[in-house]
Write a protein that binds this ligand. Sequence first.
Ligand code: SF4
Length: 379
Amino acid sequence: MAGIYIHIPFCKQKCHYCNFYSIVSLKHTKDYITALLKEIYLQKNYLQNEAVKSIYFGGGTPSVLRTSEIALILNEIFKIYNVDTNAEITLEANPDDISLSKLYDLKKASINRLSIGIQSFNDNDLKYLKRIHNSGQALNSIKLARDAGFTNLSIDLIYGIPALTKESWTKNLEYFFNSDIPHLSAYSLTIEHKTVLNKLILQKKAQPPDENQSIEHFKILLELSKQNNFIHYEISNFCKEGFYSKHNSIYWLGGNYLGLGPSAHSYNGYSRQWNVSNVSQYINPENYKNIVFEKEILTKEQKYNEYVMTSLRTIWGCDLGYIQKTFGENFHKFILKESLKFIEQELLVFEQNKLFLTDKGKLFADGIASGLFRVKINM
Ligand code: SF4
């Protein structure tokens, strides 16, 4: 099961919390497509003809591209890679880019799943985050997606925003659960070092998020998702049965994936590589014959750590039988011993030879995972 990720590194404006690689200019989109088509060809052997179950346009803002450009990229991928006929093909879209005619065209171009960057239905939150859209556009984008016949739909929401009270977070979630959308990605606001928001907080021009408030919001999220029969299948992801994100599941279940475009990461079970995070370098014709990337060969310890970190975050749990078989008896004994303290603290449960986070443990997922790492790494 393999996936292809395409990074579209353009945004109309930079959101204050954003740490993804993107530039605020659309003037290079044409050259970018040319370079991307070259990379699609150059990487043709990376997945070794493995069936591609998912294609994902992420960013940046993929919805700033013309639909004809999306179609051009997809047609090139269909020509060169072994794409499954039922592949999930997702496009991340911002509410302000969505119109009915664009959505119809995206469907025609084979996009069958939309992930809309709503973040909040509250205008104060959207202003704090410096999102380009408002709450009216957020609500309208969902309606338009439905009208265009997109049934495989996901939205992103952010919690832990300082002005977001428990009541307004509950209201955001109620909008979601009442809108019959089958998938939600909900993230706690984190302040990344190089973001504008970090600067504003340091200058005391913006309020910092409060960890306790974020924990309260997460608890509300867990409660409401249970009440609405959503499956909490990964720390930040919730869905109705049958609507798991195939693409992200490839990452979480250790599948192979090819990342195309600046800053995109690829993984083939043996090594990880990441393209240069620089549009100018990426589109430079001198680089058309050689993709500019860095690569690391993963050690057994790194692969074990990654498996522990990603599997623990999912509903499928961390399989100690798999650890024994793949990494050997030493790793198996190590995790058995190290997990005991977390089990005693009711942060983990051990069932059917697998470790799972409890609801309490979900609040400390990263810390628990790093407590089980074979070689400690900074997170
Ligand atoms: S639209 Fe997305 S990628 Fe672009 S700046 Fe905002 S959060 Fe970042």
